[in-house]
Design a protein around this ligand. Structure first.
Ligand code: NAD
Length: 256
């Protein structure tokens, strides 16, 4: 279905970004990966699907490096048809203890990076009159939790940004939507589980069960593959008039 399209997925060396990149590749999309850490394994797993795969290590907190990433996708691929703004970080602390540099980094990576990729990708999408912008927000884009002020602000911000871009592109072949996952077992969440286990003197299994029990009525983690399948739907002709939604995939978290 996506043969001939190029998807840029930010923060795709692990977790949800890698899951979405793989699912889009299985539909035939060429993929530009981005993110920190070991990237060869991610690149190899996407390449196994037979599509063209690239990688650029831009730091998504830096507008100059984001511009280089988009230039790379324009030069080595045929522009960006599908933009998945996924890179994100977390930090947990009460607001009065929240490190200022952590606040700035979370807003830059989780929110401002999507502004920069979008402003740079939209002209090419407009020229081709086709584009899909998918912002990976969170259940925390719809409701809050204590000790996550920067994360919640960034995710509510990206839901608002999604709606504004959807309106600006409403008469075009470009759509902009947000996916709002609940708990997904990735390195970002594993750290919170490990911290909880050592703080409360319980096992990792108990901490994991408590984390789900608090928020996620399904008591099951959402998987990166499930989020990838929703991204594929948002890229399909059937979703051509799905515009500006913030679609929760959260085991019932925000239904409560
Ligand atoms: P993860 O830690 O597994 O992956 C994050 C990715 O972002 C990695 O590839 C990492 O290298 C990359 N990254 C981090 N900082 C970067 C930077 N400055 N520049 C470039 N890349 C950077 O986390 P994840 O759980 O897969 O999170 C992906 C997205 O999903 C995030 O936006 C997160 O907020 C969101 N999300 C996660 C969950 C969850 O339960 N895991 C729930 C809701 C939303």
């Amino acid at each position: 279905m996506l043969k001939g399209k190029t998807a840029l997925v930010t923060g795709s060396t692990s977790g949800i970004g890698l899951g979405i990149a793989l699912t889009l590749a299985r539909q035939g999309a060429d993929v530009v990966l981005n993110g920190f850490g070991e990237f060869e394994a991610a690149r190899a797993s996407v390449a196994e699907t037979g599509v063209k795969v690239g990688y650029h290590g831009a730091d998504m907190s830096r507008p100059d490096e984001i511009a280089e990433l988009v230039a790379y996708a324009n030069k080595d691929f045929n522009g960006i048809d599908i933009l998945v703004n996924n890179a994100g970080i977390q930090h947990v602390a009460n607001v009065e203890d929240f490190p200022v540099e952590k606040w700035d980094a979370i807003i830059a990576i989780n929110l401002s990076s999507a502004f920069h990729t979008t402003r740079l990708a939209v002209p090419g999408m407009k020229a081709r009159n086709w584009g899909r912008i998918i912002n990976v927000a969170s259940a925390h884009g719809l409701v809050a939790s204590a000790q996550k002020s920067a994360y919640v602000a960034s995710k509510h911000g990206i839901v608002g940004f999604t709606k504004a871009v959807a309106l600006e592109t409403a008469t075009t072949g470009i759509t902009c939507n947000a996916i709002c996952p609940g708990w997904v077992l990735t390195p970002l969440v594993q750290k919170q589980i490990d911290d909880r286990a050592s703080r409360e003197g319980i096992t990792v299994e108990e901490a994991s069960r408590d984390l789900l029990g608090e928020k996620q009525p399904s008591l099951q983690f959402v998987t990166p593959e499930q989020l990838g399948e929703l991204a594929v739907f948002l890229c399909s002709p059937g979703a051509a008039n799905v515009r500006g939604v913030a679609w929760n995939v959260d085991g019932g978290w925000v239904a409560q």
